[in-house]
Write a protein that binds this ligand. Structure first.
Ligand SMILES: O=C(CO)[C@@H](O)[C@H](O)COP(=O)(O)O
Ligand SMILES: [Fe+2]
Length: 229
């Protein structure tokens, strides 16, 4: 099954937040495709990051690239609606953080955004098959959510293959449907080929990109490794 064109999604969690607009501009100019925006509420995860006003500020600053909002919040619906108004393109959430997964997906799509589910390393993909018609993105965590800079959990490779098979089977029966398979956590230039080979088409990388001196060289190396996988 042909995969979608690969997308590199730098996580702004690892950016210099005092210069966020400039950092996002630089990373997009360096070849990034989509901006990964980690929202943490000090409740669903121990860390606390940024809300919809920062997303809106990036839009006002002139960012036109897709913004991929990864909600690590509980509950989901109120913040999802705020992010839809703030200019999010994708809004993904963790199924265990909402009481009604199908309703939350419907609400995100009704608000004009693409919707997705996020699965923690030890969370099974079970719910996915019941909501495939409402999902535009499946995001697999390859670290436990809450922090940048953690190491990739290798079991995510097996899970990627499992998710890839589910997506391909669904898309084969629903021509024209596009469902992205995103990986998030510990993605580096030296493991991205194996991750691509396992089935991912959208690659979040925070510390590997923003921690590098040369964003363009790092993103090019990642794209080359994916192309060769
Ligand atoms: O959602 C998260 C962490 O919870 C991620 O998006 C991280 O921000 C990725 O950072 P690196 O592992 O690439 O440094
Ligand atoms: Fe994330």
């Amino acid at each position: 099954m042909a995969k979608l064109a690969p997308l590199i999604a730098p996580s702004i969690l690892s950016a210099d937040l005092a210069r966020l607009g400039e950092e996002v501009e630089n990373v997009l100019a360096a070849g990034a495709d989509i901006v990964h925006f980690d929202v943490m509420d000090n409740h669903y995860v121990p860390n606390l990051t940024f809300g919809p006003t920062i997303c809106e500020a990036l839009r006002k600053y002139g960012v036109t690239a897709p913004i991929d909002v990864h909600l690590m919040v509980e509950p989901v619906d109120e913040l999802a609606a705020m992010f839809a108004k703030a200019g999010a393109t994708y809004i993904t959430f963790h199924p265990e953080a909402t009481r009604h997964v199908d309703r939350s997906l419907q609400a995100i799509k009704a608000a004009g955004c693409k919707a997705g589910l996020v699965f923690n390393p030890a969370t099974p993909l079970d719910v996915l098959k019941y909501v495939m018609d409402k999902v535009d993105m499946v995001l697999l965590m390859s670290v436990n959510p809450g922090f940048g800079g953690q190491s990739f959990i290798p079991a995510a490779l097996t899970k990627l293959a499992e998710a890839r098979a589910l997506i391909d089977a669904y898309v084969a029966e629903h021509p024209g449907r596009e469902i992205r398979l995103e990986i998030d956590g510990g993605v580096k230039t030296d493991n991205i080929a194996a991750i691509a080979a396992a089935g991912a088409d959208t690659f979040v990388a925070g510390s590997a990109i923003f921690g590098a001196k040369d964003y363009a060289a790092t993103i090019s190396a990642m794209k080359a490794a994916i192309a060769a996988a």
